[in-house]
Design a protein around this ligand. Sequence first.
Ligand code: HEM
Length: 76
Amino acid sequence: MTDHWLDSLITDTPQQGFELAVLLSRRGVKYTQPDLSILQKLRPEYADSADALTAASQVVATNFQTVAAANDYWRP
Ligand code: HEM
């Protein structure tokens, strides 16, 4: 994957920061498995699994920690 997609971790709001954390998490999966047909095949498995969704949420939470720290927790 060579496309340029990330310029900065800095966001205007915490919500945008959370959305960036989701994007980072999804990109991580796509870098790991670039074959879209496999991602599409496996999507129903994790979409229906409470454990898999909790694991995905944990990846987002980890990335959100990084984004929040990069933004100094959006302190004024
Ligand atoms: C869709 C998040 C892991 C395959 C989505 C969507 C979100 C999301 C938010 C919905 C996007 C939308 O409809 O606007 C995540 C997170 C993950 C994760 C946070 C873990 C870090 C995975 C894994 C796979 C996968 C492990 C497959 C192996 C897909 C596919 C879609 C999708 C194929 C598109 C479904 C469709 O609309 O047709 N994901 N995902 N994701 N995810 Fe994941």
